[in-house]
Write a protein that binds this ligand. Structure first.
Ligand code: ADP
Ligand code: MG
Length: 238
C-alpha cells in the first residue's frame, strides 16, 4: 500500500531522517514508536506529503509519488494530529464535510448524510451542530477522525492522537481507532500507548535518531527487543 525507500529529510544542517526503508501492506496496522525527537512526526508528514523528503522515494499502491500525483495521494492518506486542528468557526458536522464538498465537489445533502453517519460512528451523533470549543478533547479528536474518514482515505496516519488528552478521554479515542482497525483500514500510528500498540498493531516499527532500528510483531518486540536501543527505550517507559 505504501512504501518508503531510503527516505532522508534535513532541516538546514540537521538531518532528521537518515535513510528510512519500510513498507506497509494493505489492511496492516503499524505502530511507529520511539523516543521524542527521533523523527516519527517528520516521517508521517513525509508520507502525507506535508513535507518533501530531501531524498529517497515514496510509493503509494506501487506508484512512485511525485509531481501531480502528490495531490491525489494527499486525498488518499488521512491524517490525525495530536492537537486536532479542527476549524474553530465550523460545527462538528461542517468540519467533517468541508473537504468532501470543497475538494471532491460532493453535493451538500449527500455530504451531510455522510458526515452524520461518520459522527454517529465515532459516537457523536448528538454533537453534529456543536462548535469545537464546546467539545471535550476526546470529542474533538473523534471529530478529527471522522473528518479524515470523510475523504474515504486508503491509509490513515495518526500522530500521537491521544497525547494531548486528559487520561479519562484516552480510551474513547483508542476505541474508535480500534474499531477502525477492525474494518481493515491500513493505519500507521505514532503512539506512546504501549498497551494499545501491543493489542491492536500487527507490527511495531521502532525508530531512533532518524532510523528504523528494529521492527517486529508486538509480542516479540515488547517481550524481547533485539536492539540495545529498543531495550533501553522499553526500560524507560514500561
Ligand atoms: P518525533 O515526532 O519523533 O518527536 P520529530 O519528527 O518531530 O520527532 O522531530 C525530529 C527532529 O526534527 C527534532 O530534532 C525536531 O526539532 C526537528 N524538526 C522537526 N520539524 C522541524 C522543522 N520544521 N524545522 C526544523 N527542525 C525540525
Ligand atoms: Mg512527534
Amino acid at each position: 500500500m505504501i512504501k518508503g525507500e531510503q527516505i532522508t529529510k534535513s532541516f538546514g544542517k540537521l538531518q532528521v531522517l537518515k535513510g528510512i526503508d519500510f513498507s506497509v501492506e494493505k489492511g496492516e496496522v503499524v505502530a511507529l514508536i520511539g523516543p521524542s525527537g527521533s523523527g516519527k512526526s517528520t516521517l508521517l508528514r513525509c508520507l502525507n506529503h506535508l513535507e518533501e523528503p530531501t531524498s529517497g522515494s515514496i510509493y503509494f499502491e506501487e506508484a512512485h509519488v511525485k509531481g501531480k500525483a502528490i495531490n491525489k495521494v494527499r486525498q488518499d492518506v488521512g491524517m490525525v494530529f495530536q492537537h486536532f486542528h479542527l476549524f474553530p468557526h465550523m460545527t462538528a458536522l461542517e468540519n467533517v464535510i468541508y473537504a468532501p464538498v470543497k475538494v471532491k465537489g460532493m453535493n451538500k445533502t449527500e455530504a451531510a448524510k455522510l458526515g452524520t453517519d461518520l459522527l454517529t460512528k465515532v459516537g457523536l451523533k448528538e454533537k453534529c451542530d456543536e462548535y469545537p470549543n464546546r467539545l471535550s478533547g476526546g470529542q474533538k479528536q473523534r471529530v478529527a477522525i471522522a473528518r479524515a474518514l470523510a475523504m474515504e482515505p486508503k491509509v490513515m496516519l495518526f500522530d500521537e492522537p491521544t497525547s494531548a488528552l486528559d487520561p479519562e478521554m484516552v480510551k474513547e479515542v483508542l476505541d474508535v481507532m480500534k474499531s477502525l482497525a477492525h474494518t481493515g483500514m491500513t493505519m500507521i500510528i505514532v503512539t506512546h500507548e504501549m498497551g494499545f500498540a501491543r493489542e491492536v498493531a500487527d507490527r511495531i516499527l521502532f525508530m531512533d535518531d532518524g532510523k528504523i532500528i528494529e521492527e517486529g510483531e508486538p509480542q516479540a518486540f515488547f517481550s524481547n527487543p533485539q536492539s540495545d536501543r529498543g531495550k533501553g527505550f522499553l526500560e524507560k517507559i514500561l
